[in-house]
Design a protein around this ligand. Structure first.
Ligand SMILES: NC(=O)c1ccc[n+]([C@@H]2O[C@H](COP(=O)([O-])OP(=O)(O)OC[C@H]3O[C@@H](n4cnc5c(N)ncnc54)[C@H](OP(=O)(O)O)[C@@H]3O)[C@@H](O)[C@H]2O)c1
Length: 282
């Protein structure tokens, strides 16, 4: 196995960052695991990092030649925070950057779409991962997972629209390839799971695998926005409800071969993820 230099993983405690750290270290790569918390991540050099505290950036970039980038979550203008850091990273010797964006946000689009657009001009080697919605939204700390646990209900304005839900383990597996392969992708990669599923399908699979009855309740755009406004700022709530409306219109009804192409194996099913989680908790 060829090892690379050192990768700075931003968002190392999060859904894709934690799995990227685990898979990089398991493959023998050196990792600096960045977080605002002092959470040591086994086998890595922990490093304090806050997007909004430039004083943490110099030490985080020391000795690093590649970065995995999770944008500051919930920031409507991440470019204002990220671009100065990315210029600094290039000057510090980083030559490969892999950015986590979203299937819903095209190059040059809102929020992280501006960072996506700037990336090829900043780094010789780059990739933008654009995953569809995460399967872990139904099992982790996301609002869907909480309402499933508390009420046995998934609330959406997505109607019967289908989504190519993807396992965060598969996103991490693609991130590892994009960070470490000899040939950098230098591409925008849309990632999905193996099948497009509606939220009715998701509820039925959870019911079947766990034995606990879960249903999907359909809300209008306005009802969904108002429900989310109790949890997040109103503009963000409107954006999330709008994403549901786009799903209802078929915007996420697709699957891609990216996971298979980059990792050499098919993406995991939602059923397999639930069975894996049941084994871990049982
Ligand atoms: N959920 C989905 O279905 C989905 C689909 C497509 C794309 N995405 C994208 O995935 C990204 C991650 O979303 P997620 O919900 O999965 O979150 P996550 O990665 O599980 O958690 C956010 C991570 O960012 C770090 N972080 C937050 N604020 C930070 C700050 N100011 N400075 C440094 N680090 C900070 C947190 O680390 P610490 O708290 O340890 O500092 C944490 O590790 C988002 O950009 C989202 O748009 C999500």
């Amino acid at each position: 196995m060829t090892t690379t230099g050192t990768t700075l993983v931003i968002g190392a405690t999060g859904n894709t960052g934690s799995r990227t750290v685990a898979q990089l270290t398991a493959a023998g790569h050196r990792v600096k695991a960045a977080s605002r918390r002092e959470t040591p991540v086994a086998g890595t050099e922990p490093v304090p990092f806050d997007w909004y505290d430039p004083a943490t950036h110099v030490a985080a970039l020391d000795g690093v030649d590649r970065v995995y980038l999770i944008p500051p979550v919930g920031d409507s203008d991440p470019a204002a925070t990220m671009l100065p850091f990315l210029h600094q990273a290039r000057t510090a010797g980083v030559h490969r950057a892999v950015l986590l964006s979203s299937s819903a946000i095209p190059e040059g689009g809102p929020a992280v779409g501006t960072v996506h657009q700037a990336l090829p001009g900043l780094f010789e080697q780059w990739a933008v991962l654009r995953p569809s919605w995460f399967m872990q939204n139904f099992t982790g700390t996301h609002a869907h997972a909480r309402s499933i646990r508390d009420e046995g209900i998934i609330w959406t304005a997505a109607e019967s629209g289908r989504v190519g839900f993807v396992d965060a383990e598969d996103i991490a597996a693609v991130a590892v390839r994009a960070l470490t392969d000899g040939q950098s992708p230098n591409a925008d990669l849309v990632l999905t799971g193996p099948e497009a599923l509606s939220h009715d399908d998701i509820a039925a699979i959870i019911t079947e695998v766990t034995g606990r009855a879960v249903i999907h309740r359909r809300l209008s755009y306005e009802q969904m926005r108002d429900r989310l406004t109790t949890q997040v700022p109103v503009e963000f709530a409107a954006m999330l409800a709008g994403m549901d409306r786009a799903i209802a219109g078929g915007a996420e009804d697709r699957i891609t071969d990216t996971v298979q192409r980059l990792t050499g194996r098919p993406p995991r099913t939602f059923q397999a993820l639930l069975e894996r989680e049941m084994q871990c908790s049982g």
